[in-house]
Design a protein around this ligand. Structure first.
Ligand code: RM4
Ligand code: MN
Ligand code: MN
Length: 426
């Protein structure tokens, strides 16, 4: 289905009085503080986040999966869902595909469909954590790191195939996330596993088109519970350096041990010009993949503080590929993604409000109290009217969630697709 612009406009009519009132009030107060509101609103509009194809259906856990009615069961329908999100929010202008969950059949039709929704193809993700029915060998004991050459070769070839698929769609980057590791001490030799991984990544890298990037994602545990080959940012950074200047580290917010200072990792990588991609989600314990900002919104704000600082001060770091990597069992996936997009925009907007000159001065004076005041003054500002304004200016909904419900989008999807359609993926 397509969301008619007229319908969104009609929804906005209902909310415009309340929006205008809160926007006027906030813009007066921010202008008095010397903030250039127009530039903040423009930056918010430019900030586009890719939606992963696997977040459009309900995710599962190892205890089961509760599907959601009207899930997209084809790649075309997944594109339609991202199109709906983009029409409402104007911030979801890209999709990230996972191969082979999303194998395109008719490339021309797929590209046209994406174009009709005004969405582009972001990073393509390879999958060497599941054996396919046609696989001749297994990833049971690893893929790029496997001690068996046959398994490594198959994983390398898969990544090269994924690049080829991405090229046909107009993607410009490959994300490699490895499940490789060990479940028990002694199971594998750490150094050989790392050496094999480096060799395999270098082979894949040598097949990367000139204008492409490779993102290397790290994760400390799961599905292996004793060790993961690319366990942390340092390992990813080291491998990216071993590959070359088109290889970068990818930070996924859920891929850290509890209480890790993620903002400091972000800062270090940007300073080195090696932060390439970013996966948003939130978590309480591990890689929980729940709605962005639902558990630790202040941590997200502090991360955005470093991202904004890096975008302003680190020309050595290329523009980042932003993606939501969330998926869970309970909510309507589209409502969940709308909430995540809102949380991302909110943290970004707050980080844009930080008075950076004042912060620098307070840091140099060692005025610790003032440093905290400056950060928290930005954090405590209710920036939602700015986000509403940016969406409104770009043809989106003032309140996407309200509009989604009032336009009965899910009911229409169920009518089109049937109640029991199931999305491919996790
Ligand atoms: C992993 C990781 C990857 C994602 C898979 C589905 O934990 O976050 O980015 O591709 O999950
Ligand atoms: Mn991820
Ligand atoms: Mn993950």
């Amino acid at each position: 289905m397509n969301l008619d612009k007229e319908k969104i406009r009609a929804e906005n009519q209902k909310n415009s009085a309340a929006h205008n009132e809160s926007f006027d009030c906030l813009s007066n107060s921010l202008t008095n503080q010397g903030i250039d509101i127009a530039s903040v609103i423009q930056k918010l509009g430019e900030f586009q986040v890719a939606i992963p194809s696997w977040a459009l259906g309900a995710g599962g856990t190892r205890f089961g999966r509760y599907g959601f009615y009207g899930e997209p069961s084809t790649l075309e329908q997944k594109l339609d869902d991202v199109g709906l999100l983009h029409a409402l929010t104007q911030t979801a202008g890209a999709i990230s595909l996972h191969i082979p969950w999303d194998l395109p059949e008719d490339y021309k039709a797929i590209k046209e469909r994406a174009k009709s929704h005004n969405i582009i193809f972001d990073a393509v993700n390879s999958n060497t954590f599941q054996d396919q029915k046609t696989s001749k060998v297994s990833y049971r004991y690893g893929s790029l790191s496997n001690s068996s050459k046959a398994s490594r070769d198959m994983a390398v070839q898969h990544n090269i195939d994924v690049i080829k698929i991405g090229e046909k769609l107009g993607s410009k980057s490959l994300t490699v996330w490895l499940a490789d590791g060990a479940n028990f001490p002694g199971q594998s030799n750490f150094q050989s596993a790392l050496q094999h991984t480096q060799d395999s990544l270098q082979t894949i890298y040598s097949e990367l088109p000139q204008d492409w990037k490779m993102f290397i994602e790290y994760k400390p545990y799961e599905p292996n519970f004793y060790s993961t080959v690319i366990q942390d940012w340092g390992t990813s950074f080291m491998l990216a350096n071993a590959c070359g200047e088109k290889a970068f580290t990818l930070v996924d917010l859920g891929h850290h041990l509890p209480n890790t200072n993620i903002e400091q990792i972000v800062s270090t990588l940007m300073w080195k010009g090696k932060l390439g991609g970013f996966h948003f989600n939130d978590s309480k314990y591990g890689d929980d993949d729940i709605t962005v900002g639902s558990i630790k919104p202040y941590a997200l704000f502090l991360i955005f503080n470093e991202l904004v600082y890096g975008m302003m001060n680190n020309p050595q770091n290329p523009p980042l590929a932003w993606m939501i990597d969330a998926s869970h069992n309970i909510k309507d996936p589209l409502e969940d993604l709308i909430q995540s997009l809102e949380a991302i925009q909110e943290a970004y907007a707050k980080a844009l409000l930080i008075d950076r000159d004042a912060l620098k001065a307070a840091q140099l004076e060692h005025d610790v109290v003032q440093c905290q005041e400056i950060l928290q003054n930005a954090y405590r500002t209710d920036v939602r009217p700015l986000i509403e304004k940016s969406r409104l200016d770009n043809g989106g909904a003032i309140n996407p969630l309200k509009a989604y419900r009032s336009l009965q989008v899910r009911n229409q999807l169920i009518m089109e697709r049937g109640k029991n359609s199931v999305a491919s993926g996790l």
